[in-house]
Design a protein around this ligand. Structure first.
Ligand SMILES: Cc1cc2nc3c(=O)[nH]c(=O)nc-3n(C[C@H](O)[C@H](O)[C@H](O)COP(=O)(O)O)c2cc1C
Length: 197
């Protein structure tokens, strides 16, 4: 069993990546390493928006665009994938264009038998402001996951991972935000284990 984390920050190894690593570490710890994790970092990848060519409607699980999304199709399609956590910075009160392009391109799974249906979905949003749109951003990610028929998982009490990168102690000092990301990982692991039994 595996949970995939997708970092949709424009920047490598910054706050979004950090929060996602905290979440995925919690998955491994809570599951006693019975659930594997993989972090896909979109920052170095080139993923265009969907161009609505409808090739995936006619030709199966494939995409006509020859960009880096091609490398992600087999990873996301693996039967072992129990869930996906998408982590994104808040840009203008919403998810990044990298996150949206990624989610739009996953439509090929929906169009070919709803292949992400009943997999777990969670979200992390990191804003520069304390209340800069984190929860709204998480809900936007959840909306796309629901279009797939995925099962939405929060942090056990709230929407998911919500963090503040400009915390006075730096993003690594935002204990509340870090705890929310870890709690999301814990919930993902617990529910994945329940579903497997
Ligand atoms: C174009 C742009 C728009 C942004 N809009 C918001 C916003 O609406 N709300 C907010 O809290 N932070 C906003 N930010 C700040 C980022 O969310 C914040 O710096 C975040 O930590 C970046 O993630 P990273 O460290 O992974 O790059 C914006 C940053 C950029 C570059």
């Amino acid at each position: 069993m595996k949970i995939i984390g997708v970092s949709a920050s424009a920047r490598k190894n910054k706050s979004t990546h950090f929060l996602l690593t905290q979440c995925l570490e919690a998955v491994r710890v809570v599951s006693g390493n019975r659930i594997a994790t993989e972090l896909i970092d979109l920052a170095p990848l080139k993923i265009n928006g969907c161009i609505a060519c409808d090739a995936c409607k006619k030709k199966g699980v494939m995409c006509s665009q020859r960009d880096d999304f091609q490398t992600l199709i087999p990873k996301l399609a693996e039967p072992a994938v129990a869930g996906i956590v998408l982590a994104t910075p808040v840009y203008m009160g919403s998810m990044t264009s990298q996150a949206k392009a990624f989610l739009d391109r996953t439509v090929l799974f929906r169009r070919n038998g709803f292949r992400l249906k009943n997999r777990l979905g969670g979200a992390i949003a990191v804003g520069g402001s304390r209340n800069g749109g984190q929860e709204l951003t998480i809900q936007g990610v959840h909306a796309a996951m629901m279009i797939h028929g995925m099962i939405i998982v929060g942090d056990g009490a709230h929407f998911g991972g919500a963090a503040w990168s400009n915390h006075p102690d730096g993003y690594q000092g935002d204990d509340e935000g870090i705890d929310s990301a870890k709690d999301l990982g814990r919930s993902m692991a617990e529910i994945a284990r329940m579903m497997a039994t």
